[in-house]
Design a protein around this ligand. Structure first.
Ligand code: SME
Length: 157
C-alpha cells in the first residue's frame, strides 16, 4: 500500500474515478472492519474536504457512532430519526440539499448545510450508514450517490 493518497482535481466524477481504485487498494489485505472504515472516511475527507464524514453502525435497535472525521458528533440515533435513521429505516440513500428543510434533521454541527446518507446493505439488511455533511447547500447529487453506493460496498462487514 502506498502511504499517500493521490489527490485529484477536476470534476466530481474525475475525483471519484481516481479515488475508487485507491480505496479498493487501501482496504485490500486488511480484514479489520474498524481499520478499513477509518481509512475509507479519511480518504473521502482528504479528497473532498467535507465538514464531516463517518459511519454509524447498526447495534441492536439503534445506530451507534463509528469511525469518522470531523467535529464531534451525536453517538446514538434511533431507527427512523434524523437523516441517518431515516436512511436506515427506508434502506435507501437520502440526498438532502438543505438540512433545514428535512423534518427531524439532527444537527450534530450547526455548520452543516447539506447531507447525504448511504446505507450499507449486507444480506438484505442495513448494517451501517455512511453519513457525509457539507458546509455548502446542495453539495451532494446523483454523482455522489452513484459513487458512494459503490464505495460502501468495498469493506467487508
Ligand atoms: N445529521 C444527521 C446526524 C448525524 S451528524 O450529522 C454527524 C442526521 O440527521 O441523522
Amino acid at each position: 500500500m502506498s502511504e499517500d493518497l493521490l489527490l485529484t482535481t477536476g470534476t466530481k466524477k474525475d475525483q471519484y474515478e481516481s479515488l475508487l481504485p485507491q480505496i479498493k487498494a487501501l482496504l485490500e489485505g486488511e480484514e479489520d472492519l474498524i481499520a478499513n472504515l477509518s481509512n475509507l472516511v479519511a480518504a473521502l475527507k482528504q479528497q473532498f474536504g467535507w465538514l464531516w464524514v463517518g459511519f454509524y453502525l447498526v447495534k441492536k435497535d439503534e445506530l451507534v457512532l463509528g469511525p469518522f472525521q470531523g467535529p464531534i458528533a451525536c453517538t446514538r440515533i434511533k431507527k427512523g430519526k434524523g437523516v441517518c435513521g431515516s436512511s436506515w429505516a427506508e434502506a435507501r440513500t437520502l440526498v438532502v440539499p438543505d438540512v433545514e428543510l428535512f423534518p427531524g434533521h439532527i444537527a450534530c454541527s450547526s455548520a452543516s448545510r447539506s447531507e447525504i446518507v448511504v446505507p450499507v446493505i449486507r444480506n438484505g439488511e442495513v448494517v451501517a450508514v455512511l453519513d457525509c455533511d457539507s458546509e455548502m447547500l446542495s453539495c451532494y447529487d446523483e454523482t455522489d450517490q452513484y459513487y458512494l453506493e459503490q464505495i460502501v460496498n468495498i469493506p467487508e462487514f
